[in-house]
Design a protein around this ligand. Structure first.
Ligand code: SIN
Length: 315
């Protein structure tokens, strides 16, 4: 079988498949569908300082391709996470990446400091990009200065690897990628959801209570792929691809453009156990393609000179 091992920001992972934050709770819920040990790494739902009830219902709705959410970072807060979740996750035989979110730079730094001493947490994913809080303004992921400042404070607060989760809702994601790298990020997750909305034309009402929300699923894959590729070209730190990945072939596209790992999210709502089989399916496909290791695919895109000259393409 083709080797599936990858190293991402110093984390040695059995395979490049990760859960996408928010799609399987904190991990304990997922065990009913798939063994956590089948994943390269487990990424938690965002944890915040204080418990959050999330946004009022309705806060999820289907679309023709994928869905919209406006959950609003519902979670029980860092105390409950450390007390009730981490002990079980420590026994789960999986690399745990805890996703953290805050309303201020200080919030992020405090959470990072608190989790620094938790042995069960291998790394942090810093959620700079939730579109469902602070009125959808995305203050940490649309300004390079703010993005850098959050990562700099988180860097100072922990020795663990830190990944910045970026938003596609910007004009130049490469600029934000460079900013988080300058702030000390060890890696980037690209991307979070796209801002979107849906209305019922008969009632004239929005489908989501917050009117707009984050759009995810297969339809965003081309946007996610282009964003991840842009980040790969902008920085030296590793990039984890996320957005619309639902099959081994989808994952391979992200690896070819240079991502070192991939996250599987919205597709799990159709089949929650699928994620457990992805790495094996990828390995079988690699065998058939005559490749000995998944790393043989990473960054192998043949970009012709003509493609590189497309107006607006990152240099
Ligand atoms: C949410 O909880 O609103 C979604 C999280 C995110 O998009 O970062």
């Amino acid at each position: 079988m083709a080797s599936m091992a990858v190293t991402v920001a110093g984390l040695e992972l059995a395979n490049p498949v990760m859960s996408a934050s928010g799609t399987y709770g904190h991990g304990l819920e997922m065990r009913h569908f798939a063994p956590l040990s089948s994943l390269g790494a487990w990424v938690s739902k965002t944890v915040t300082k204080k418990p959050r009830p999330g946004n009022p219902l309705p806060r999820i709705c289907e679309t023709e391709a994928g869905f919209l959410n406006s959950i609003g970072l519902e979670n029980r807060g860092i105390d409950a996470y450390v007390r009730d979740v981490l002990p079980d996750m420590a026994r789960a035989e999986v690399t745990v990446i805890t996703n953290i979110g805050g309303e201020s730079v200080e919030d992020f730094a405090e959470l990072a400091e608190r989790l620094d001493s938790e042995a069960a947490v291998a790394a942090l994913e810093v959620n700079l990009s939730c579109p469902n809080v602070q009125g959808g303004k995305l203050p940490f992921s649309t300004s390079p200065a703010m993005a850098e400042s959050v990562m700099r404070r988180v860097r100072a607060a922990t020795k663990k690897p830190i990944f910045a989760k970026l938003s596609p809702n910007v004009s130049d994601i490469g600029e934000i990628a460079r900013a988080v790298e300058a702030g000390g990020a060890d890696g980037i997750t690209a991307i979070n959801t796209l801002l979107g909305m849906r209305v019922d034309w008969r009632t004239r009402r929005p489908a989501l209570n917050t009117i707009q929300g984050g759009y995810s699923g297969i339809a965003i894959k081309p946007v996610a792929l282009r964003s991840a590729w842009t980040c790969v070209r902008a920085v030296k730190i590793p990039v984890i691809g996320c957005g619309g990945i639902g099959s081994p072939e989808d994952a391979f596209e992200f690896l070819v453009v240079g991502c070192r790992a991939v996250q599987f999210g919205t597709a799990s709502f159709t089949d929650p156990s699928r994620i457990a089989h992805l790495a094996d399916e990828m390995s079988t496909l690699l065998d058939r393609a005559g490749l000995a290791a998944v790393t043989d695919l990473i960054g192998t895109l043949h970009a012709s000179a003509a493609v590189a000259k497309v107006p607006g393409a990152p240099s």
